[in-house]
Design a protein around this ligand. Structure first.
Ligand SMILES: [Zn+2]
Length: 264
């Protein structure tokens, strides 16, 4: 038995067939900004229900501010950004809350539920800086990045199940090694690049939103520079997939002239 490597191809083929079926039968959605047809793993209703649920959970365990200058500022920026989302945010029931918390963080859940932590306000600096962050977060929701990621993960998990089933008779040590390699390959070769693309898209669409709302997209550069000075490590959702700040700022600069054309 020792060292014997039995790999059965059939289970893998079966799971690949399931993955292919899932891929080709997946729901698609037309990106309202780019016209691109995109595969998604959740319906808009399902996505929104999940968004509302997480929103309530976050608010229930947070210190929510109901009034004050911070609340006024955040609400003002959001009110200006909402119409700028156009078709992407048409069916959303937008809502925003400010949470008293030193974390440099903000996010927008599917369906348009926004949470802004007071810790990000000094980094945002002014209204245009805040519009940079919130526009970026709104774009993740309107571009349905969560539903896209779910679809990708589903395909990935199906293929991995197939690989595992094919290696059921292999000795556990080599099986673990192969699964580890496959997992790392998929993570760095497929899933991470996808999330980096999502970051770039959120940056670009966020610029459009802020421009349409009347904020100069040029302000996004100064905002990301302040974020870089923060150390860029912990906290914000948008640091989690880490395009380097330099790369991000270069990309923004390329897109700013185009976005500026949409200023009122
Ligand atoms: Zn982001």
């Amino acid at each position: 038995m020792k060292g014997k490597k039995k790999f059965a191809i059939l289970p893998l083929l079966m799971f690949l067939a399931i993955a292919a079926w899932k891929y080709f039968s997946a729901d698609t959605w037309t990106n309202p900004e780019t016209g691109e047809e995109i595969k998604i793993g959740l319906s808009e209703d399902q996505e929104e229900a999940l968004g509302v649920q997480s929103y309530r959970e976050v608010l229930a365990e947070s210190q929510v501010l109901t009034r004050g200058p911070e609340v006024d500022l955040v609400r003002r920026v959001v009110q200006r950004l909402i119409p700028a989302t156009g078709d992407g945010g048409d069916d959303f029931e937008w809502e925003v809350n400010v949470v008293q918390n030193d974390q440099v963080n903000a996010f927008c859940l599917p369906g348009g539920k926004i949470v802004v932590y007071t810790g990000i306000l000094p980094v945002a600096g002014d209204e245009a800086g805040l519009a940079t962050v919130i526009g970026h977060e709104m774009a993740h929701a309107t571009m349905r990045h969560g539903a896209q990621r779910l679809f990708q993960n589903d395909i990935y998990n199906t293929v991995m199940q197939g690989a595992q089933a094919s290696m059921a008779d292999m000795d556990p040590a080599s099986r673990e090694k192969v699964i580890g390699l496959l997992g790392a390959g998929a993570k760095f070769g497929v899933l991470l690049p996808f999330s980096r693309d999502h970051e770039t898209e959120a940056d670009q669409i966020g610029l459009l939103y802020m421009a349409r709302a009347g904020y100069d997209p040029e302000a996004s550069v100064a905002f990301w520079q302040r974020m870089a000075e923060q150390g860029g490590g912990q906290g914000p959702e948008f640091a989690s997939t880490h395009p380097s700040h330099g790369t991000r700022i270069d990309n923004l600069r390329k897109f700013i002239p185009e976005a500026r054309k949409q200023m009122p």
